[in-house]
Design a binder for this molecule. Structure first.
Ligand code: SME
Length: 165
């Protein structure tokens, strides 16, 4: 069986992670590759917990329109909910979710997937789509794997990483 597009992307992210100079380089590579390969993912980015303030998410590498939400308290937004509940959050219709913080007026659905290091959430991958209900179980599985690669990279570079819990 031919590997799916998701598996091909994951293979390239894993390969890049083996020699990435730092986590930001791995994140830059990952957002660019995902945005190029999956056009229904209209905004792809990382938010990481501020090492100085565990209650605040800070925008990291992203691909897509500029967002006003550079800092998001964990008590706010879909992004905050994924950290607060320590689980993936999928929103099929952002217009009907009161937690939603608007980035683009075109966004219709969103998925936020936590990144864990030694079992603790240190950040997340956030994806927006202009299509409603764009994120199915396969997308969730794919993005949880990708988050796992980034978490494993941080864990195995604990001496140099700011994100070790
Ligand atoms: N929609 C997110 C905010 C981040 S932007 O989508 C880039 C939220 O509700 O937390």
């Amino acid at each position: 069986m031919k590997p799916s597009n998701f598996e091909k992307i994951l293979a390239r992210v894993r390969q890049f992670s083996a020699t990435a100079t730092d986590v930001a380089a791995l994140q830059e590579f990952t957002v660019r590759l995902i945005a190029e390969q999956l056009p229904q993912y209209n905004w792809v980015g990382f938010y990481m917990l501020d090492p100085e303030d565990a209650g605040m998410l800070r925008l990291g590498p992203f691909h897509g329109a500029a967002t006003p939400h550079v800092l998001i308290p964990v008590s706010q937004g879909i992004c905050g909910a994924a950290v607060a509940h320590e689980q993936t959050v999928v929103v099929d219709d952002v217009t009907s979710d009161p937690r939603y913080l608007a980035c683009s007026l075109e966004t219709r659905s969103e998925i936020v997937v936590p990144i864990r290091v030694r079992g603790k959430v240190v950040g997340e991958i956030d994806i927006d789509s202009h299509s409603p209900a764009a994120f199915k179980d396969a997308d969730r599985g794919f993005l949880e794997e990708a988050a796992g690669v980034v978490g494993a990279y941080i864990e195995s570079h604990s001496v140099t990483s700011r994100y070790i819990p």
